[in-house]
Design a protein around this ligand. Structure first.
Ligand SMILES: N[C@@H](CCC(=O)N[C@@H](CS)C(=O)NCC(=O)O)C(=O)O
Length: 270
């Protein structure tokens, strides 16, 4: 059935007005730096420029888990990139991430500074560098871990950019996109629930099999299941019905590193 107030797209799209959504002030169809910016740099080998959103929290968790493992050389300074204020479009941040999205990281302990963006790339780089939370070798264990990490990177935009945007940030509720993305989000939760019915962690049983796959998926789907994302979304999506996801999400939320990571103190950049 067609909806009232239908919109007929023009032949050529132009940015002729703000879209009215929560991030309308910063959204634009162009990339690149919008203002000069010198990012601060501390003394630690790793410099993180981020925010405690699900994508940012992923990196916080891994860094805090590495600290709890007693790994040396993984100290970091963490700075707040306020995406509501447009810090992601400053020249200093864009030099590290041309895509202008948190999180971004610089590793100064390498021979030449190594810059990274995309949370999946950052997690894999850190896990491999410190030899923790990712299986090595070419066997099934590593294959599973990489598959689930990539699953999350492909799946979460339907949850965040799709469901979350239309449910919580759009200027008014719109039935078609909310239905479309609620359905896909619930399908994804069911993928996880069926998998976690037979697996304590994403890639096997026992705490030794806690990997970056758990970390990256928990930041979105674990927090969603625990009612931490998008106001009433937990009720709307009936997240309590995914009992295996609930068990896993609660188990990970209780880890000391995760507790610290979700509310990590971030230093101001100016
Ligand atoms: N695929 C990216 C997504 C990063 C992302 O979307 N970050 C959001 C915050 S959660 C952001 O920086 N948004 C700012 C903007 O779009 O201007 C990743 O996983 O790192």
């Amino acid at each position: 059935m067609s909806q009232e107030n239908t919109y007929t797209p023009p032949k050529v799209w132009t940015a002729d007005k703000e879209n009215g959504g929560k991030f309308a002030k910063t959204n634009a169809p162009t990339a690149g730096a919008r203002h000069e910016q010198k990012l601060p740099k501390g003394d630690a080998p790793l410099q993180l420029y981020s925010l405690n959103t699900p994508n940012g929290v992923k990196v916080n968790i891994l860094l805090e888990e590495l600290a709890d493992c007693g790994v040396t050389g993984a100290d970091y300074d963490a700075y707040k990139i306020d995406i509501g204020e447009g810090d992601q479009f400053g020249s200093g941040f864009v030099e590290i991430n041309p895509n202008s999205k948190i999180p971004a990281l610089v590793d100064y302990s390498a021979e030449e500074p190594v810059t990274l963006f995309e949370s999946g790339a950052i997690l894999l780089y850190l896990a491999e560098k410190y030899g923790k939370f990712v299986p090595t070798g070419l066997g099934q264990a590593r294959a599973d871990c990489l598959s689930w990490v990539m699953w999350q990177m492909g799946a979460a935009p339907y949850l965040g950019g799709g469901f979350g945007h239309f449910y919580a940030y759009a200027p008014e509720p719109m039935e078609y996109p909310i239905n479309r993305f609620a359905m896909e989000t619930k399908r994804q939760l069911d993928v996880l629930d069926k998998h976690l019915a037979n697996s304590e962690y994403m890639c096997g049983d026992g705490a030794d099999n806690y990997t970056i796959a758990d970390i990256i998926i928990w930041a979105w789907y674990g927090q969603l299941a625990l009612g931490k994302l998008y106001d009433d979304a937990a009720t709307f999506l009936q997240v309590e019905s995914y009992t295996h996801v609930q068990r896993w999400a609660t188990m990970i939320a209780e880890r000391p590193a995760v507790k610290r990571a979700v509310d990590l103190a971030l230093q101001p950049i100016k």
